[in-house]
Design a protein. Structure first.
Length: 302
């Protein structure tokens, strides 16, 4: 999936003139004026390589988790194949403990039978105690050989397992990079800008496109200190935009953020005196039926 990096809308946002006192225009008085913006997200590549497929255009609607392209994974696949071959080579050196102990276990089994035979012969004085001592010594020797060989084989197996561990971890890392080579759109929204094209070479972290959910926009306005006490979070306000016929189109919005820190009026305000005023930023969330665009001017009344 592509890497996400949040990006403010300063590139597209033109902050208008914000009236810190009520202004009259065609009989309408507004408490503040500002421009619409959106929460934008820059989607970046998570893998390095050549883009072999990239199917998006500006203005295109994308759904969450939609596949939009992929970066070449040829070298990653070759690296994975090489690592798996190394794992198989190490596994081939792992001893088969049971088969390597089989011969000694057969010797032990035969020695135990011989001990039973000698014990039976001793009961009829057909064997000597020394014969019994010899076979018991042989059994003890075989048991010691079994324990020693088993310990050696187990240690060898554990050593090879430790050798395999890092290789398997590298396989998982390559698998993760292969997954990240797929460009998966993480959020629903509209493509605002495209920064890459098919067959371009990209690096991890390189921006591919910018997207924003335009179903809901933010009208950012500034208010004076006198107005600060008049607004509160979650308050409904009236939002006005030009209707294209010299009038206004009205809708409602909700205040969801109020800055607690005063700042100077933005430099886009036309007069030096107005820019010297201290103001507070207010963000109003507005449902968008397609009529509102990023950078469009809007007015509010509280």
């Amino acid at each position: 999936m592509a890497h996400i990096r949040k990006n403010p809308t300063s590139t597209f946002l033109l902050i208008g003139i914000f009236y810190l006192t009520s202004c009259a225009d065609g009989g309408h008085e507004f408490d503040a004026t500002g421009t619409f913006e959106a929460d934008e997200t820059v989607i970046s590549a998570e893998a390095s390589g050549k883009i072999l497929s990239f199917k998006i255009d500006e203005g295109q609607q994308l759904s969450r988790n939609q596949y939009v392209g992929y970066v070449d994974t040829t070298q990653l696949s070759l690296s994975k194949a090489q690592l798996k071959a190394q794992v198989r080579a190490v596994l081939s050196r792992k001893p088969d403990i049971s088969s390597q102990l089989a011969a000694l276990n057969e010797q032990l089994k035969a020695a135990k039978k011989e001990k039973e035979r000698i014990e039976n012969l001793l009961k009829s004085d057909a064997a000597t105690p020394k014969q019994l001592d010899d076979v018991e010594a042989q059994i003890n020797l075989i048991n010691g050989n079994i324990r020693g060989l088993r310990t050696s084989l187990v240690n060898n197996t554990n050593s090879l397992d430790q050798e395999i561990g890092p290789l398997e971890a590298q396989v998982l890392q390559v698998d993760d990079l292969i997954i990240k080579s797929k460009i998966i759109n993480p959020i629903q929204g509209t493509v605002l800008s495209v920064y890459a094209e098919p067959y371009e070479q990209v690096g991890a972290g390189q921006p591919l496109y910018r997207i924003a959910d335009l179903n809901e926009l933010t009208l950012k306005v500034y208010i004076s200190g006198d107005q600060f006490s008049q607004v509160k979070l979650n308050e409904k306000v009236s939002v006005f935009t030009d209707d294209g016929s010299g009038g206004y189109r009205e809708t409602s919005g909700t205040i969801y953020w109020i800055s607690e820190k005063a700042e100077f009026t933005p430099k886009s305000v036309q007069t030096k005196n107005e820019r010297a005023n201290k103001v507070y930023a207010v963000k109003v969330r507005v449902k968008n039926d397609g009529s509102y665009k990023i950078g469009m001017y809007g007015e509010v009344t509280f």
